[in-house]
Design a binder for this molecule. Structure first.
Ligand code: NAD
Length: 335
């Protein structure tokens, strides 16, 4: 049984913690918070052992009447691996401060630079490269969505060149300090957006990406165009995507007319309306003169959760790729 710490019980951390709870080969020993807020109280109510992410803040939690078991340093001593879900760039600081010193394995998230880890990870694309590693980075939500789709296209039809546009939710639903109320923001204005180079950390493809932020919080949408190496028809591509559990095909005919409708479906389908899959509009899958067009939506809060579980299995060599993905899919209801 692999013992896991979650450092940073926020949007990603709380989801990874709950997902670990469904696995038989790993368990959450403790989670960390920086502040004694409602999320800290919820973590304790759910039965997680709480530790302070910042050692000096122990007293702040005690003064707020929240039971903590100790500091991140105490927690690290009890675990085999830390899943670092702290904010962008903080993971690299935690690595230098704690993980390297303790010699513990750690997984970082997509907000960290690629050099924080020995390998950037996507379960479909490069599971084996994480085997036995100490430090692994699970790529971001957009990169995970692009990589899954492009891996399947490359393996089945070959890829000459990819052009993709990311239409990004500006912030997550919980944010109240920042956002974009009006307007569409090219981000960045100059090509390329970071997504293309990030995909190349896990998948060898020729890709150029652009990105825009828009005033919505629910999901990202990707408009993807792929020059294929082989002849393929739209139906051939649909058949390949249909077979992969981490891709969910939806249809406008069924009422999936926007991300609002996709999320409305997800509210009934999963806890926290989490969609771990790429949501691909079936009608959008079109091959025209050897070029494939696809539109997909990505639930940014959830898509990297199964990848974190598979990364743990790869790093401890608990299972091979197909076995790990199958267990993760079954336990998280991905089918
Ligand atoms: P978040 O702000 O929701 O959660 C971060 C948590 O870390 C908070 O609970 C915060 O209190 C805590 N924290 C702050 N300082 C810390 C420290 N020094 N040590 C440990 N914990 C600390 O952020 P998030 O959205 O969960 O993002 C976490 C990581 O996941 C980032 O790298 C981000 O880029 C990546 N990611 C986010 C999304 C998304 O859409 N939310 C998707 C994929 C990947």
């Amino acid at each position: 049984m692999i013992k896991v710490a979650i450092n940073g019980y926020g949007t990603i951390g709380k989801r990874v913690a709950d997902a670990i709870g469904y696995q038989k080969d790993m368990e959450v020993v403790g989670v960390t918070k920086t502040k004694p807020d409602f999320e800290a109280k919820l973590a304790v109510n759910k039965g997680y052992k709480l530790y302070t992410a910042i050692p000096e803040r122990l007293k702040v939690f005690e003064d707020a009447g929240i039971k903590v078991e100790g500091t991140i340093e105490d927690l690290i001593e009890k675990v085999d691996i830390v899943v670092d879900c702290s904010p962008n760039k903080v993971g690299a600081e935690n690595k230098a401060k704690y993980y390297e010193k303790a010699g513990v394995k750690a997984i970082f998230q997509g907000g960290e630079k690629k050099d924080v880890a020995e390998v950037s990870f996507n379960a479909l694309a490069n599971y084996d490269e994480a085997k036995g590693k100490q430090f692994v980075r699970v790529v971001s939500c957009n990169t995970t969505g692009l990589t899954r789709l492009l891996y399947l296209i490359r393996e089945n039809f070959g890829i000459k060149k990819v052009r993709a546009t990311m239409i990004r939710r500006v912030v997550d639903p919980k944010e109240d300090k920042k956002g974009l109320v009006n307007g569409i923001m090219p981000d960045p204005v100059k090509l390329p957006s970071h997504h293309g180079p990030d995909v190349q950390t896990v998948l060898d493809v020729d890709i150029t990406t652009t990105a825009f932020k828009i005033p919505t919080t629910l999901m990202h949408v990707h408009s993807i165009n792929v020059e294929l190496e082989s002849d393929a028809k739209s139906d051939d591509v649909v058949a390949v995507l249909d077979k992969e559990p981490r891709i969910m095909l939806v249809s406008a005919e069924d009422g999936f007319t926007s991300t609002a409708k996709v999320i409305e479906f997800a509210r009934e389908y999963r806890m926290r309306y989490d969609l771990f899959e790429n949501v691909v509009w079936k009608e959008s899958v079109s091959v025209v003169d050897g070029e494939l067009y696809v539109t997909q939506a990505i639930h940014q809060e959830a898509i990297v959760v199964p990848e974190n579980i598979d990364a743990i299995r790869a790093m401890f060599e608990l299972a091979d790729k197909d076995e790990s993905m199958k267990i993760t899919n079954e336990t998280l209801g991905i089918c």
